[in-house]
Design a protein around this ligand. Structure first.
Ligand code: CA
Length: 223
């Protein structure tokens, strides 16, 4: 999204970005930018700071309050005050006018890469369900702080059940997610694995407290 009130500059920016393969949404004012951003959910926003109506800095603050979209401010000249204010308002980077298109292109690509790699990072390094804790990055599992000796498949089943957050997973759900089967898989492979997992997780595998069967539906994990 390009937020720029001067038509010539908007045209130059849009033409350059479209040539680079981006789809460009143009906004002439901050008001327009804020309303368009709700429908268009842009991947990156270029904001001119000197706008009629809402100031560019307020556009940056409003966008930042509700979204982690990369924001690049475009300042009129190498005005260090504008640059600092833009970054403090929540912008990720800046370019100064007159800008070199190649430099702008490089900065946009850097922002998109950063956003993509953050989105790909695991959200948490440990996930817990009551006394049961897993560490997905190292495939370790613990109960009451004691490590559980799980096979890779046992770990993956436990992980799916924890990530389900208390919801029931059917045998088919588990087959698809852990074994990668379609719908026609053999549910007994799941039942066997659950039996082994219970023998490691539960005090009494015959009376499970955590990994419970919901008859006719599947399994769920209780804290
Ligand atoms: Ca302007």
């Amino acid at each position: 999204m390009v937020v720029e009130d001067e038509p010539e500059i908007r045209l130059v920016l849009s033409t350059y970005l479209e040539d680079e393969g981006y789809r460009v949404v143009e906004a002439e004012t901050g008001e327009q930018a804020l309303s368009l951003s709700l429908d268009e959910t842009p991947d990156v926003v270029l904001v001119d700071l000197r706008l009629p109506g809402i100031h560019g800095l307020d556009v940056v603050r409003s966008l930042r309050a509700t979204s982690s979209v990369p924001i690049i401010v475009v300042t009129a000249q190498a005005d260090s005050h504008d640059v600092v204010a833009g970054l403090e308002a929540g912008a990720d980077d800046y370019v100064t006018k007159p800008f070199v298109p190649k430099e702008l292109g490089a900065r946009i690509r850097a922002q998109l890469r950063r956003n993509a790699s953050e989105a790909g990072e695991p959200q948490q390094d440990i996930i817990a369900c009551g006394p049961i804790v897993i560490r997905p990055e190292t495939a370790e599992a613990f109960k009451d702080g004691e490590p559980l000796a799980l096979s890779r498949t046992e770990f993956k089943v436990l992980q799916e059940l924890i990530l389900a957050g208390g919801r029931i997973l059917s045998r088919d759900d588990l087959l698809r997610r852990v074994w990668g089967y379609g719908n026609a898989g053999d549910g007994r492979v799941v039942d066997n694995l659950i039996y082994r997992l219970r023998s490691k997780l539960e005090v009494d595998a015959a009376e499970p407290m955590h990994l419970v069967t919901v008859r006719g539906f599947g399994y769920r994990l209780k804290p």
